[in-house]
Design a protein around this ligand. Structure first.
Ligand code: HIF
Length: 295
């Protein structure tokens, strides 16, 4: 599946070139006809799924290569719905062809988090779209929401994350919603799903979540707020972090301290987007481009 496009090391973009890309991502976030009126959440999910295939032991997967452009990764049922995110970003790619898809998808997640009221997630460019066949991730590396804390450890330890980092990351489920035709789960975690906050942790702790079996047989958890007549949801994995003895204290900490959550989320989401990217520590320039492999 090697591709010859983008095999040359591009000149690093100027600050104003990058700024123009950020502006154009910002401009497309408002989508009156899509979900809750925003492309933001699905862009955050795209950024995470592009990076979250990483395996530290074999140094395979990760955002380099933008593998979701191709059917094996792009049509993985775990990535259902992310074609919307990729399509939203296509106009930006057309306007700024110099940026790689792998940089664009990760940057879009960072811009979206910030625009929705979240922290500044550190981001550096330089990813390559060269598909290195020896680095392709197999399917099955993304988490299964029907499982528990041990599964989360299995998945996220493989990327190099510890319990605290798993909980901090999980706060991103403050954003967006589940779609029955994508994951089989249904609904939003919080009442304002396009506003980043630590509400997700507070709701996990403070509401009484009841199991619910959807018409498709999928099991999730539900809370019906009679005052506002809204139904919120949690995935089995969302509630699992509040039951695990080593993760639960972090859920409590982030429910109480928004600033701490923001700082820890920024650090861990930034780390996620860098998985598998090797940089010169002095210059920040990327080392593992295609060129070293002979393109
Ligand atoms: Fe999600 N996630 N995620 N997720 N996720 C969904 C949606 C979003 C898991 C499962 C699901 C993370 C971890 C995990 C976002 C961001 C992040 C959906 C619903 C499922 C089932 C998809 C759909 O039907 O459209 C599991 C099991 C995870 C391991 C804990 C990350 C931490 C929370 C890493 C992360 O950043 C976002 C944003 C969405 C909403 C997408 C949307 O289209 O609105």
């Amino acid at each position: 599946m090697s591709t010859s496009e983008n095999t040359e090391r591009p000149a690093p973009p100027t600050d104003s070139q990058l700024e123009a890309v950020r502006e154009d991502i910002l401009a497309l976030l408002k989508q009156p006809d899509y979900d809750d009126g925003s492309a933001g959440p699905v862009l955050v999910r795209l950024a995470w799924h592009s990076a979250g295939t990483y395996d530290k032991d074999t140094d395979t997967g990760g955002s380099n290569g933008a593998g979701m452009r191709y059917p094996y990764e792009g049509e993985d049922p775990a990535n259902a719905g992310l074609e919307h995110a990729r399509l939203f970003l296509e106009v930006v790619k057309k306007k700024h062809p110099w940026i790689t898809y792998s940089d664009l998808w990760t940057l879009a997640g960072v811009v979206a988090v910030k625009a929705m009221g979240g922290p500044d997630v550190p981001w550096q460019g330089g990813r390559t779209d060269f598909v290195d066949d020896s680095k392709l991730p197999p399917r099955g590396r993304l988490p299964d929401a029907a499982q528990g804390a041990d599964h989360l450890r299995h998945i996220f330890n493989r990327m190099g994350f510890n319990d605290q980092e798993i909980v901090a990351l999980s706060g991103a489920h403050n954003l967006g919603r589940c779609h029955i035709d994508r994951s089989g789960f249904d609904g939003a975690w919080v009442n304002s799903p396009t506003r980043f906050s630590n509400q997700y942790f507070r709701l996990i702790r403070n509401l009484e979540w009841k199991p619910k079996v959807l018409t498709n047989g999928v099991k999730q958890f539900t809370y019906y707020d009679e005052d506002t007549e809204t139904e919120l949801m949690m995935l089995p994995t969302d509630l699992a972090i509040n039951q695990d003895p080593s993760m639960e204290p972090w859920v409590a900490a982030y429910a109480e301290d928004k600033d701490r959550f923001y700082a820890d989320f920024a650090a861990v989401f930034g780390k996620l987007l860098e998985l598998g990217i090797k940089r010169d520590s002095a210059t920040g320039h990327i080392l593992n481009t295609d060129n070293e492999k002979g393109g």
